[in-house]
Design a protein around this ligand. Sequence first.
Ligand SMILES: N=CN[C@@H](CCC(=O)O)C(=O)O
Ligand SMILES: [Zn+2]
Length: 405
Amino acid sequence: MSCKFRLLLENADQLVVICQKEEEFLLLEGMQHLVVLEKASLVIGNDGYIKAIGPTETIHGQFSHAEFETVIDCSGKCVLPGFIDAHTHPVWAGDRVHEFTMKLAGATYMDIHQSGGGINFTVEHTESASEEELFCSFKQRLERMLRAGTTLVECKSGYGLKLDTELKMLRVIERAQREMDIGISSTYCGAHSVPKGKSVKEATDDIIEHHLPALKQMALNDEIHVDNIDVFCEKGVFDLESTRQILLAGKAIGLHLNFHGDELNPMNSAELGAELGALAVSHLEEISDEGISALAAAKCSAILLPTTAYILRLKQPRARDMLKAGVIVSLGSDFNPNAYCFSMPLVMHLACVNMKMSLKEALAAATINAAYSLGRSHTHGSLEVGKQGDVVIINAPRFVLTNLM
Ligand SMILES: N=CN[C@@H](CCC(=O)O)C(=O)O
Ligand SMILES: [Zn+2]
């Protein structure tokens, strides 16, 4: 082993490891027992991966002859894994502030959507924006997410709908993956809305016959690498059958299934996600009891989005029922022109206050479980040797009271 390392975080009051047995996710019981080391240190190697973690004295002894590029004294501070934002729509042009006024006056999300606003408004502005403009605003948004402690973020396309604009968005995401110091999981969301002038069937066929083969070819050419496929499964958008067809076609080209469901109307989306082997379904404000059982049995994560229920005044997702039933609960900011939130700390806060999750449950949902929902829990979501060294240092001595655990 080389004697040069990138970073030593020394003597943290609390080092919140989350879990230490290579767990892929935590369920209700595991969330109550997050692993927290006190007076502890952590070493990150030149490759960016965690090399050692343990009591300050032990690490001090083991690395007494090592050289570190940077040493940070974490006395009086608390170290957490970087937050993972499991659901965002961050590439777009054209704000929708006027829609907030309409909503305050009583319009619903679907009223606005059906009158050509909402997603379709953003689609028009994103189509006319240049790739460079989209990249610049996206970059600023990612920088703000990083400043709020997010180190891995799921980023969707979905304001293109036409193949060309979807590819423009995915190229912008790909460029950020290469150029920026934030981890990105890229999601093709061409079925985010039915394009003007097309029926659901025509849109579904276009995606299956043209978009997905193009993505497959671009992956083979090493041009664009997409991780997940998403569909907005909702009354008046993509119904259950078209959602199934699109997801199956995405699965056939190797994409993880991770889609919007049961948000405004009960659609049996959770049941569909479980049946198809989806990694995750997002929203779920209108999930059924059967949907909850199906997610638990299939180990399909529920990505809950407290900002959406807040801004649209929807009923809160049933986080407690899901946790009790054994569902893998994750969190995301749902950053988009309708829910303008960069901050996973705020998302965790809303999850606690509005969805009645505990601090520990919210942190596990924003780290190891969010990593699971993106198929990344082998490398992200906890501070374990061999995982990526993504950390947040907070200027406070504790995240949790260990004697109350
Ligand atoms: N519900 C569908 N998609 C987004 C909203 C996108 C938009 O309104 O632009 C969501 O997750 O909340
Ligand atoms: Zn969304």
